[in-house]
Design a protein around this ligand. Structure first.
Ligand SMILES: [Zn+2]
Length: 179
């Protein structure tokens, strides 16, 4: 399916997100466009790929083409994995965020419910390794069964989230504070 790209305006460019690669070209993070523009303006990063369609971010002192992907000019250490393990208790909101609201059974976006992989009614716990985002259809169909019993294989293995968002944000604040 081809969707025409949405035009960017002076109002909407800040809602876009920009991929950041480390100086080694390793994936580093995805940041709000405003932060990416600060990084470019302060010459901490360069643009690898411009946003399509093209849009130039203008303020009093800068005119920077909105980027799609930027690269840091100095190596920034990736934050270490957090001390969260798969058995850690998870909130439903954290599970939906981890799975980007994609149903773990059918892969559809927009999932609003959380399923206990091993059913809660049979002792399944509220931890990262046992919770997945699920659409209400799949959640209802699976009911009090395991994925094997329901013949509904998981599309991925649920785990504790890997990146420590707070730590990552602290690094960004230090590197390139936006107001
Ligand atoms: Zn589903």
């Amino acid at each position: 399916m081809h969707r025409p790209p949405t035009a960017i305006t002076a109002r909407t460019w800040m809602n876009t997100r920009v991929r950041v690669l480390n100086v080694t070209y390793e994936d580093f993070d995805v940041v709000p466009a405003a932060r990416a523009v600060v990084l470019l303006n302060e010459e901490l990063a360069i643009t690898l790929v411009e946003h399509t369609p093209r849009f130039v971010v203008r303020s009093q002192h800068v005119a920077i083409p909105l980027p799609h992907t930027i690269q840091l000019l100095e190596y920034v250490h990736t934050p270490p994995r957090p001390a969260i393990d798969d058995d850690a208790r998870a909130s439903f909101a954290a599970v939906l965020a981890r799975d980007h609201h994609r149903c773990a059974y059918c892969g559809q976006p927009g999932a609003r419910t959380v399923d206990h992989v091993f059913p809660k009614s049979r002792g399944g716990g509220d931890h990262y390794g046992n919770l997945v985002a699920a659409c209400s259809d799949c959640n209802g169909r699976k009911a009090d069964r395991t994925p094997e019993e329901a013949d509904m294989p998981l599309l991925w293995v649920p785990r504790a989230p890997r990146t420590d968002q707070k730590r990552q944000q602290a690094i960004w604040r230090e590197l390139a504070p936006t107001t």
